[in-house]
Design a protein around this ligand. Structure first.
Ligand code: DGL
Length: 272
């Protein structure tokens, strides 16, 4: 075990979506501590350009490292699609950097589906990252992808399990493009919060894949491979930073990490 193993795992997203992955990490690896950044000042990333997301991701990665992170997980599909390869090149071997798209593609590739749907933000879908990944790892699987841009603002505003969210989800998923799929990939880390409603739309008949647990398992393997898995008791409290205060972020963070020792602060990293 490396001397860095008891340092926190760095995780970031544009907002609260990455909390779905952070929560799965804590469930699987309770000894790990987290330092989380939600870039709520720039949310949604899905509407931003690739260049802007690279800049945000670069700055946040360095912030997480300054706050002691032993590695960084990009817990956002839009940032994984836009910034992962650039940051990977920039940091090289110096940093264990993980994304959320690759582990999901590996998971689906093993299932031999003939037709798979992917929903995500405009940025993620237009990047073609899922198509490219499937082409490489599951060339016989037909992929149909569709942007669902209203879902992130809807979730960030707390519209889940109600008539508004039902109407929006129904409208998107009824699109002919998605007909006949055997599995639907939730290509956005916000979507696990509405996973039940989505599964219900399909009468629980198809596999609805969310990245949270898949990514947590992948992260555990990578920590082990790199001697970074913390085998001792959690030493520091989980820390959550946001670039702008949103009440719903705090509510969801408290819901996910209820009873845990967490600290929540606003970090204005864009004005210095
Ligand atoms: N959770 C982010 C993702 O996985 C949300 C993107 C957004 O802010 O639009 O893509």
């Amino acid at each position: 075990m490396s001397s860095n193993a008891n340092k926190p795992v760095g995780v970031f997203d544009s907002g609260l979506g990455g909390l779905t992955v952070a929560h799965a990490i804590k469930q699987l690896l309770p000894s790990e501590s987290l330092v989380y950044f939600g870039d709520t000042a720039h949310l949604p990333y899905g509407d931003k350009s690739e260049g802007a997301i690279i800049n945000y991701s670069r700055r946040i990665t360095s912030y997480l490292l300054d706050h002691g992170a032993k590695m960084v997980l990009i817990a956002c599909n839009s940032a994984s699609a836009s910034a992962y390869s650039t940051l990977k090149k920039e940091y090289g071997e110096k940093l264990l950097l993980l994304d959320v798209i690759e582990p999901v593609i590996d998971h689906i590739a093993a299932k031999n589906y003939s037709r798979v749907g992917v929903i995500g933000t405009k940025r993620t879908i237009t990047s073609g990252s899922y198509e490219a990944g499937f082409k490489k790892k599951a060339p016989d699987t037909e992929v149909v992808s569709m942007p669902t841009p209203l879902l992130v603002p809807m979730i960030e505003e707390g519209f889940i399990f109600d008539d508004i969210s039902n109407a929006i989800i129904r409208t998107y998923l009824s699109d002919k493009k998605l007909s006949g799929i055997e599995s639907l990939v939730l290509g956005c880390t916000h979507y696990p919060l509405i996973r039940n409603q989505i599964s219900k739309f399909y009468n629980f008949d198809i596999e609805v894949v969310d990245s949270a647990r898949i990514v947590a398992l992948h992260l555990r393997d990578k920590l082990m491979e790199n001697g970074l898995l913390n085998e001792e008791k959690q030493t520091s409290a989980d820390r959550f930073f946001v670039s702008d205060y949103t009440p719903y972020f705090e509510k969801i963070a408290k819901m996910f990490f209820e009873g845990k020792d967490i600290s929540f602060s606003i970090a204005d990293i864009w004005s210095d």
